[in-house]
Design a protein around this ligand. Structure first.
Ligand SMILES: Cc1cc2nc3c(=O)[nH]c(=O)nc-3n(C[C@H](O)[C@H](O)[C@H](O)COP(=O)(O)OP(=O)(O)OC[C@H]3O[C@@H](n4cnc5c(N)ncnc54)[C@H](O)[C@@H]3O)c2cc1C
Length: 471
């Protein structure tokens, strides 16, 4: 783990020292030649935002849109070429736990207006990823969010225990950005880790983590002919005739007939449109979300698996005739990332008790969903629901405020929680609700020169009402 924290003075003086060094003079800095000290550079510094949001997944877009609607000058950085995170770059297509007040309802209504949502259930439904992409861009533009795509947040710098400056890398080079309040919505907790916050990952400090999965879209000739194998096709049921698990078993029998096996024990087909389905077929185990080499190998392995399975199915003919991959995800789906330490940690106990919180930003109704952490477990139990009865529970605002560093909030997967709680609250309805709460609180803090923990949740709620996100 690399924890870096520089004072502002260090930052400036190292930048000045860097000005005397050219790139040509740089060289290996130790005898072995296995270490390189990067020369410091003078960076262009932007100081024009009240709130900076890092990562534009479901949590990040909600945080940025809400902060901007609450009156904050808001910047949003995203490493991919589109907004939406797992919704779009990850080709998810299925939404859980979405029936909540605020932006979730607005997104649902606006997807309906463009006929881009299947299933009347407001809590769980299928959406079209390309429509989601363009909708989120429209919403960010309307709100006045300044968005920079293809831009990775790569370093963070504190002053007196408070996060004040971050550095991004993009085709524009390295750029520095200052703001009074930042929101880490990178899913993997990149910003919190760069700023020096404590964090956990997976079941223990060093994993095992939940597996990665490469989603894909496929064009089909006749979705009705594939109905016995398609989950959540006009029903939300998991069990019984026509339920998810029945479809999974029928699909597995087809894979066997085609002479292939999926590495995910519950291979699933989701309906998207009459001629389009989403395929969730694989698991990649033991991969840490910050290991670029391992993620690259997993990406290529899983993309190859998707194509191998599709080609085998197409050879079966019948209902599979003409099936063709339309798109594989640009980003392999990462379930487990860093969980940044906050002023409250959501735990398994909260799920057992059905915890209620005075500063509740979301009530989670989605159960525990732990995918197998190894090939062996996948054979017997691809999904584990925690082996206890979960009751709907609250996520408090305190779990969204970093404990170790001032001026930093989290939203989405990387908030403060334990492994079991994360396996429940991580789904996208909760990510949006958390983003909204972080966005409004960050805006109020920045505009009144306070830190996020000095803003009462009642104040944030009043502001959400004022800007039309609460009745
Ligand atoms: C395979 C899979 C299946 C799932 N199934 C479902 C489901 O059916 N329904 C459901 O509701 N949820 C599901 N989930 C869970 C859900 O998708 C995620 O937990 C959710 O996307 C969390 O939202 P987020 O905004 O926190 O993270 P993400 O969606 O991961 O978004 C994080 C964003 O930050 C960006 N980013 C990361 N690092 C940086 C950086 N350093 N600089 C700039 N940008 C950065 C990423 O590119 C990304 O856009 C699934 C997840 C996976 C992986």
């Amino acid at each position: 783990m690399n924890r870096v924290s520089y004072s502002r003075r260090n930052f400036i003086s190292s930048a000045l020292a860097g000005s005397a060094v050219t790139h040509c003079q740089a060289q290996a800095s130790n005898e072995n030649g296995d270490r390189f000290d990067e020369p410091a550079q003078k960076l262009e510094l932007h100081d024009d935002a009240d709130v900076i949001v890092c990562g534009a997944g479901p949590a990040g877009i909600a945080a940025a849109i809400t902060a901007a609607r609450a009156g904050a000058r808001t910047r949003l950085f995203e490493v991919h070429g589109c907004l939406g995170g797992v919704w779009t770059a990850g080709l998810l297509t299925y939404i859980f736990d979405f029936d909540k007040p605020g932006l979730t309802r607005e997104i649902t209504r606006r997807l309906d207006e463009r006929d881009a949502r299947r299933n009347p259930n407001p809590s769980r439904f299928v959406y079209e990823p390309e429509e989601m992409k363009i909708l989120l861009e429209e919403m960010c533009v309307e709100a006045g969010v300044k968005t920079q795509l293809h831009t990775r947040v790569s370093a963070a710098f504190r002053e007196d225990g408070r996060l004040r400056t971050l550095v991004t890398e993009s085709k524009s080079g390295r750029q520095a950005w200052r703001a009074p309040v930042f929101i880490d919505a990178t899913g993997d907790g990149d910003l919190g880790a760069q700023a020096g916050c404590g964090w956990d990952v997976g079941q223990a400090k060093d994993c095992p983590c939940q597996p990665l999965t490469m989603n894909a879209l496929a064009v089909v000739r006749d979705v009705k002919a594939l109905a016995p194998f398609i989950s959540f096709n006009g029903t939300d049921e998991f069990n019984g005739p026509g339920g998810h698990l029945t479809c999974v078993e029928a699909f597995k029998a087809e894979l066997k007939r085609a002479g292939v096996e999926a590495s995910y024990g519950h291979p699933t087909i989701f309906p998207v449109r009459d001629d389009l389905v989403m395929l969730m077929l694989n698991h990649e185990y033991g991969i840490k979300p910050w290991d670029a080499a391992a993620i690259s190998e997993a990406t290529m392995r899983s993309r190859a698996e998707v194509f191998r399975i599709m080609r085998a199915l197409r050879k079966l003919g019948g209902p599979w005739e003409g099936i063709q991959i339309a798109s594989t995800a640009e980003q392999i789906g990462i379930r487990d990332g860093r969980r940044i330490h906050g002023r409250y940690q959501v735990t398994r106990d909260d799920l057992i008790k059905g915890a209620r919180q005075d500063d509740a930003v979301a009530r989670v109704t989605f159960g525990v969903d732990i995918h197998a952490d190894s090939k062996e477990t996948n054979k017997t139990k691809p999904i584990n629901n925690g082996d206890f009865k979960m009751r709907p529970y609250d996520i408090p605002l305190r779990a969204l405020i970093a404990k170790d560093v001032g001026g930093l909030m989290m939203a989405g997967r990387c908030i403060s929680g334990d492994f079991i709680a994360h396996a429940s609250y991580r789904v996208t309805g909760n990510a949006v609700a958390m983003g909204e709460a972080a966005g409004v609180t960050a805006a109020l803090a920045a505009l009144s020169k306070r830190l996020p923990h000095e803003v009462a949740w009642s104040e944030s709620l009043a502001k959400l009402t004022k800007i039309g996100l609460r009745a």
